[in-house]
Design a protein around this ligand. Structure first.
Ligand code: 5GP
Length: 214
């Protein structure tokens, strides 16, 4: 009787996406979230000022430096780092809640955060590094965004090289030439990772029962 078969479920995974600013990671993340209800986004806390259009609690939790340090002391972060001139951190509670609800969590964090996460949750971490197709395109995208001052754009361009040097620490590399193809690539990564044997729970019982009923 198939209705008495034990079920196979899976542990939620943590999908980390990193890239230099302007490579397209945020756009890819948004598309994944819209298309796949089984993914929840980790909303980071940051001390940087909101950009036009950014919503507190949705894009980031915008906090003061004092509040940020308090959260660090209270061990509220899964990881935290200084990026450019601001602090960023991943609140622990919402991530646990999403995983407990059987969904996957998507993180938009830098290489420092990814390293910290890798130390704590290696088996459930899947990391993707998004690269721009060229330096010119990276600069064009940063300027096109027109939300940051010239000075900030210059600073981010000069940091991009440093950030990109961390690509060997990631499981997957997506060169973002075409947005739709990049989204499809990350969806494919997710689809395959969800089927990894080690992530499946209840498989031995399931197969034993299947074999017994052959
Ligand atoms: P932005 O200020 O452009 O939103 O983000 C700047 C950088 O900080 C990006 O590379 C982004 O991935 C990273 N970042 C955002 N949130 C976090 C976080 O919670 N932890 C870490 N380590 N990096 C983050």
């Amino acid at each position: 009787m198939t209705d008495t078969l034990p079920t196979v479920s899976r542990r939620g995974l943590m999908l980390v996406m990193s890239s230099p600013s302007g490579a397209g990671k945020t756009t890819i993340s948004r598309a994944l979230l819209e298309r796949d209800p089984a993914i929840g986004m980790s909303v980071s806390a940051t001390t940087r000022a909101p950009r036009p259009g950014e919503v507190d609690g949705k894009d980031y939790h915008f906090v003061t430096v004092e509040k940020f340090h308090e959260m660090v002391e209270q061990r509220e972060f899964l990881e935290h780092a200084r990026v450019f001139d601001n602090f960023y951190g991943t609140p622990r509670g919402p991530v646990d809640a999403i995983l407990r609800s059987g969904r996957d969590v998507l993180f938009d964090i830098d290489w420092q955060g990814t390293q910290q996460m890798a130390q704590n949750a290696r088996a459930d971490l899947v990391s993707v590094f998004v690269l721009p197709p060229s330096v010119e395109e990276l600069e064009r995208r940063l300027r096109g965004r027109a939300q940051d001052s010239d000075e900030v754009v210059k600073k981010r361009m000069s940091k991009a090289g440093d950030e990109m040097s961390h690509w060997p620490e990631y499981d997957y590399i997506v060169v973002n030439v075409d947005l739709d193809k990049s989204i499809a690539a990350v969806q494919a990564i997710l689809a395959a990772e969800r089927l990894k044997r080690d992530r499946l729970v209840g498989l031995p019982d399931f197969v034993t029962r299947l074999r017994g009923e052959e």
